[in-house]
Structure formats: C-alpha cells, structure tokens
Write a protein that binds this ligand. Structure first.
Ligand code: ADP
Ligand code: ADP
Ligand code: ZN
Length: 215
C-alpha cells in the first residue's frame, strides 16, 4: 500500500505516521526529517535547505527530486511506503507521479488531515521533538518523564521553525503552495479527508477504517 499524508504544519501527520507505519509495517518517509538530518550533518543539501526552512518557506522543488527518487528506490519501499510531507507542491506531485510510473507503481490513497488554523497554532507552539523523530506536546501529548522521549530517553527540544513568526509563514506557504494539492488529488479520486481535530487514538481509528479498504 502506497500512502501520502497531506495536511498543514501541525495537523498531526508525524504523529499518525508513526502509528500507521507500525501497524502496517510501512517505511515512514518524512522529507522534513530527511532535511533536518542533512542540516545536522552539514551536507551541501542541508546548508542550502536551512535558509528556507529557517524562514518557514518551502525548500525549492529541485532540491528534493534526488532525495525522493533515491529513497523510493530503496528495497524497503517495494511493498509499500508512507510519505509524510511530500509532495507539497503541484510540481512535486507531478515528479512523484512520473517516478512511480517509471517503476510501475502508483499512489493508492491520500489521507488529507484537516485541522483549523487556531488549533494548528496551539499544537505547533507546544510541540517538542526528539531526534528519533517522535513528537510530543507539552499539554496534549506529554512524555511520561518531562522533557525526555518515551522511546529513547533523549532530551526533547523545540524546533526553531515552531516559533510564532515562522509558524505564520509556514501556514501561508501551506495555503498557497500545498493546499492546491487537495483539488489535484481529489480530481484523481484518491483523496480521503480525515477530521484531525479529534484525539490522537480516534483519528487513528478513522484512518484505519479508510485503509482497511486497501489492505
Ligand atoms: P505535523 O507532522 O503534521 O506537523 P505533528 O504530528 O508533529 O504534526 O503534531 C503537531 C503537534 O500536535 C505535536 O506537538 C503533537 O504532539 C500534537 N498533536 C498531534 N496530534 C494531535 C491531536 N489529535 N490532538 C492534539 N495534539 C496533537
Ligand atoms: P511540518 O509538517 O510540521 O510543517 P516538516 O518537518 O514536514 O514540518 O517540514 C519542515 C520544513 O521542511 C518545511 O517548512 C519546509 O521548509 C521543509 N520541507 C519539508 N518537506 C518539504 C517538501 N516536500 N518541499 C519543500 N520543503 C519541504
Ligand atoms: Zn526519541
């Protein structure tokens, strides 16, 4: 099963992706995580991407082509994958479509997680991350031990781009560049919209109901 998770920053894509990936044994491919890893390793790509990410802007499409191409051709993607945060623009969706067609694959379902703006801001302002990719929220989803990851006990941190000014720019970028994908995929009858305003386990239940049809 090949899945795309679509939704604004803070919708809960990463949170649900962890659960889906465990339940259905699918590799979780987060372009945000890949870019942050490149930044921490000081790679060419990381240096270029950082200036955009710090401003809350999307990284240019061409910087992501090779990454996504390489990742999707890895062996663990042959039985399915879960994309989180890619595609985020129409040109990225076209690139992905071509890449998959070249290897005789296709997207099965797009889960579009919808959350109101006010709630997104509350979620992003309280988000705390672990370097293992797990995200928490100081109020809505706190770790068992304050400031420490449940999975690996590492120190949690706040992402630089979760500061209020950057969050505003990310929401603008989402509306302008990513939201048009809802129509793009709706026309292809691939989209299922999920109410992301519920509690984490209830959202996962709704997602499972959609995925049951494809499993
Ligand atoms: P995204 O990957 O879409 O940016 P995350 O999964 O990182 O979003 O979630 C954003 C923040 O909201 C995190 O702090 C997370 O713990 C919290 N969160 C995720 N889902 C919910 C939910 N259903 N209700 C409340 N808070 C949530
Ligand atoms: P969130 O879902 O909370 O917005 P991500 O971790 O998915 O966060 O993305 C963080 C940042 O990484 C984005 O604001 C953007 O600058 C960059 N980024 C991630 N994925 C893409 C993508 N597919 N295209 C362009 N930029 C991306
Ligand atoms: Zn961790």
């Amino acid at each position: 099963m090949n899945i795309i998770l679509l939704g604004p920053p803070g919708a809960g894509k990463g949170t649900q992706a962890k659960k889906i990936s465990e339940q259905y044994s699918l590799p979780h491919i987060s372009t945000g995580d890949i870019l942050r890893h490149n930044i921490s390793m000081n790679t060419h790509l990381g240096i270029k991407a950082k200036s955009y990410m710090d401003k809350g802007e999307l990284v240019p499409d061409e910087l992501l082509v090779d990454i996504i191409k390489a990742r999707l051709s890895e062996k663990d993607c042959s039985a399915g994958f879960l994309l989180d945060g890619y595609p985020r623009t129409i040109p990225q969706a076209d690139t992905l479509g071509k890449l998959l067609a070249d290897s005789k694959r296709k997207i099965d379902v797009i889960l579009n997680i919808h959350v109101d703006d006010e709630e997104l801001i509350n979620r992003l302002s309280g988000r705390r991350m672990c370097s293992c990719g797990t995200s928490y929220h100081v109020l809505f989803n706190p770790p068992a031990k304050e400031g420490k990851c449940n999975a690996c006990n590492c120190e949690l941190y706040q992402r630089d781009d979760d500061k209020p000014e950057t969050v505003r720019n990310r929401l603008v970028a989402y509306k302008k560049q990513t939201q048009p994908l809802i129509d793009y995929y709706n026309k292809k009858a691939l989209l299922s919209t999920i109410d992301g305003g519920k509690d984490i386990p209830l959202i996962f239940e709704d997602i499972r109901k959609v995925l049951e049809k494809y499993d």
